[in-house]
Design a protein around this ligand. Structure first.
Ligand code: FAD
Length: 493
């Protein structure tokens, strides 16, 4: 513990954000990391409580009390080593993670949580600036090869861990560049893509090979699944050529809204819209360019993907943006004594939502309305009443009679979540699915990450369902351990 009385002396300091008016005019990042003096003071707030709920709350089990203490004592390089020991890519999580660790922080229970995320960002920013982040190639080769399918956070973390153990790892990715949703889903203003390029260069120097523009199993991906694939490889070929195969294909099948008028022009899935802007920013040819400029935009879905659409539409110059949710508005406050250290259902305002647009709740869309040219000009909707079943506590919804109304919109973005990984790809491997259509594999135990198909493993969103970057990283790391164990056991046999 750096400073025994730190938590009583210092207030939490947020990282500086570029003012809304300026940041709305560009697609670049707009948050400035804490400087070393600020980080030191913030690190002093850590109480080093006997039971580090921050560590347990983080899927990567980041050791925040340790790096806080090191930062307070100005041991920056050691702090970086502690951070990197549990997290392959802290520059990603320190930008896009909702910070489950901060929610679990004991100070959050009675006061204001530690700024773990901002300290993490200061550590990794400084580490890159100082040249401490270097390739860490394996000492020797294991003479076994692993194919990782998918280059999102799960695939990247898994590939890096295995390469550092000496395996010959090839990452296959259907899109033009590696990164998965980090690259083509999350907008540039939340995560600058040069950070991914820098990591890919590090991984290549560690021996990882990237085979992009290559789809495994299927050439044509359904609507709403972005694909730049130029070639297809048969799964049987990978099973023949590699000692193990890891499926890290994400959960890309979007939830659709199959009501009348769905086929109209101007109705798009979020993952048709967001990649097109990220590609334009990167000077990559986007085969679908969708712009919100001068349009009335309706975003259906109140979650983070919807919020990313909102920030993007505002930057593109939308004339109006409305984000609607089926669910009721979450409460503004919550009872910490009954929820902490678990994640609360509470009203939140994202940085994009700070920038403009409106939000509305408990609304169900019943029809898309067409103009004379077959383009969308609005939707029909109805208001919902939400109640709880008195016995089971389950939330129930019913339409409020007579509450039908229309919303004008000439661009409608469907951001209602993702239902499952690509079924044809799993089928092509013969991988069994669970009740939700995810690749069936355990998270723990002797069979962790193993699918029903010998030598085929699954990790990340394709195993657990659409989730968070931090969870995908944790899955990738743990899956690498499972693959390593499996290949070692094979050797012993
Ligand atoms: C718009 C959006 C914004 C988000 N924002 C955040 C955020 O701010 N913070 C956060 O924590 N989480 C966020 N998430 C969730 C997070 O991005 C995911 O949970 C995470 O990326 C999952 O990682 P993954 O590696 O399992 O899959 P993905 O990142 O989805 O990567 C899977 C990769 O597999 C490739 N692939 C699929 N099929 C094939 C095939 N047949 N052959 C070759 N390659 C294939 C895909 O092209 C893709 O690159 C967001 C999600 C979305 C959709």
């Amino acid at each position: 513990m750096g400073k025994i009385t730190g938590f009583m002396e210092f207030e939490r300091l947020e990282q500086a954000h570029e003012p809304v008016k300026q940041r709305k005019t560009h697609f670049r990042e707009f948050i400035t990391p804490l400087n070393p003096q600020q980080a030191k003071k913030q690190a002093a707030r850590c109480m080093d409580c006997g039971t580090p709920f921050c560590t347990f709350s983080c899927p990567l089990n980041n050791v925040a009390p340790e790096f806080n203490d090191l930062i307070y004592n100005e041991k920056w390089e050691e702090a970086y080593r502690v951070l990197a020991a549990t997290n392959n890519f802290p520059e990603f999580t320190s930008r896009v993670c909702p910070a489950l660790c901060e929610n679990g922080c004991v100070m959050n229970y009675t006061n204001v949580a530690m700024g773990v995320k901002s300290i993490e960002r200061a550590i990794i920013t400084n580490a890159w600036n100082q040249g401490w982040v270097k390739p860490e190639p394996a000492a020797g080769s294991r003479e076994k090869s692993v194919a990782v399918i998918g280059s999102g956070p799960a695939g990247l973390a898994c590939a890096q861990q295995l390469a550092r153990k000496g395996y010959a790892v090839t990452v296959f990715e259907k899109n033009k560049r590696p990164g998965g949703l980090l690259r083509y889903g999350i907008p540039d203003f939340k995560l600058d893509k040069s950070l991914i390029d820098r990591r890919i260069a590090q991984m290549e120097a560690e021996g990882v090979r990237f085979n992009c523009g290559t789809s495994i199993g299927i050439k044509e991906h359904p609507d709403g699944v972005w694909s730049d694939a130029e070639r297809v490889i048969d799964p049987q070929e990978l099973l023949r050529d590699f000692s193990a195969v890891v499926l890290a294909i994400g959960s890309e099948t979007p939830r659709d809204l199959k009501v009348a008028g769905r086929e109209l022009k101007g109705v798009h899935f979020a993952m048709e819209y967001l990649p097109s802007q990220n590609k334009i920013n990167a000077d990559e040819a986007a085969h679908k360019e969708i712009s919100a400029q001068d349009k009335k935009v309706l975003i259906i879905g109140g979650g983070d993907t919807g919020s990313d659409c909102l920030g993007t539409a505002i930057r593109q110059g939308a004339s109006k943006v409305l984000q609607i949710d089926l669910g009721p508005k979450p409460p503004e406050t919550y009872d910490k004594s009954s929820v902490w250290p678990n994640w609360p259902n509470v009203y939140r305002v994202s940085t994009s939502q700070e920038e403009g647009g409106e939000r509305a709740y408990a609304i169900s869309t019943t029809e898309f309305i067409s103009n004379k040219k077959g383009s969308v000009k609005g939707v029909k909707a109805v208001r919902l009443e939400w109640t709880s079943d008195p016995i089971t506590g389950r939330r129930m919804k019913k339409e409020i009679p007579g509450s039908e109304f229309e919303i004008e919109a000439d661009l409608v973005l469907l951001a209602m979540g993702f239902v499952q990984p690509s079924e044809p790809v799993l089928k092509a491997f013969g991988v069994q699915t669970d009740i939700r259509g995810n690749a069936k594999a355990a998270y723990e135990g002797v069979d962790a990450f193993k699918t029903n198909v010998p030598k085929v493993f699954a990790a990340g969103d394709c195993r657990r369902g659409q989730s968070l970057v931090v969870r995908a990283l944790a899955e990738g790391r743990r899956c690498a351990e499972a693959v390593d164990k499996y290949l070692e056991e094979e050797d012993n046999l």
